[in-house]
Design a protein around this ligand. Sequence first.
Ligand code: SAM
Ligand code: SF4
Length: 324
Amino acid sequence: MLDQFGRSIEYLRISVTDRCNFRCVYCMPESGMAWLPRQQILTYEEITEVVRQLAPLGLRRLRITGGEPTVRPDLPTLIRELRAVPGIEDIALSTNGVKLPQMAQALRDAGLDRVNMSSDSLRPDRIAEIARRNLSFDPIVAATAASDAGLDPIKINVVVIRGANDDEVEDFAALTVVHPWHVRFIELMPVGDLAGTEFERVVPSEEVLARIAARFGTLDPVDGPARGNGPARYLRIAGALGTIGVITPLSHTYCDTCNRVRLTADGRLRTCLYGDHEVNLREPLRAGEPLEPYFARALAEKPREHELLKLRVGGLKALSEVGG
Ligand code: SAM
Ligand code: SF4
């Protein structure tokens, strides 16, 4: 399945809910989110049907995301149904990790391969501050539960925010010395609720890497985890079990190698995170129509590159709405 620029689309990110048990400052407003009505949200059967129809066209890898996917009841049921679709080789989950200690094993047993856990601090008070919810959550316990359940690789995503958690970069990097985890530092994107200071609070990846190198010595470029589809660049502290990655949505675009499309919780197929390129699949799906012509239309419209750098602020919805 190729788009108009010859990029093959084999990776689908599926948002299963727009809801979340956190309200991260860079992602959702504290209050006033208008949640999707239940009847507009695709059922697990409908999501599986989209995947079933895309798989013969080349779809191979899935990521379940949100909102926070683990707040949707009975998530292992969806994983089990998706796992049974012929052609699907890899299923990953993006989560804030809060429910991993209780759910990791059930998710693994249902057929989940791996997990990306977001964690912006290792200090309980700060986690509560950034997430604006105090759920007594310990990211190390959560990542260990995922690892013990057999999920592999374990990636930990840290959004670096100047003045909020940038002094923890070294602590996160130190995790990779003793755990075979992949800690990835993400440049803050200019959306969310940081009172208009988003651009001042971006910490460029070069600065993050310089801080880590100042503490731990030279970082060697490495290939990164074998299973992954993302835009990260990886390095390793000498002798470390895990790796350090950086994801730079602002300073570098990775559109040339973009192989992903997104399915929103209410059934829109979005071909680019930024802008409004999307096709509604829910209505044809509920009318029992074949989806292939809709996929073709969506791909024909996938833009060459995103417009974030030109737009600066605006144009991008909260990531929780479009599935990160
Ligand atoms: N709730 C799950 C989680 O937090 O991993 C999945 C959805 S979340 C929208 C997906 C990813 O988007 C998370 O890693 C989060 O940190 C990231 N994200 C959200 N808003 C962002 C922003 N303004 N800048 C950079 N990353 C952001
Ligand atoms: Fe929820 Fe993830 Fe957004 Fe945080 S980043 S508010 S955990 S969806």
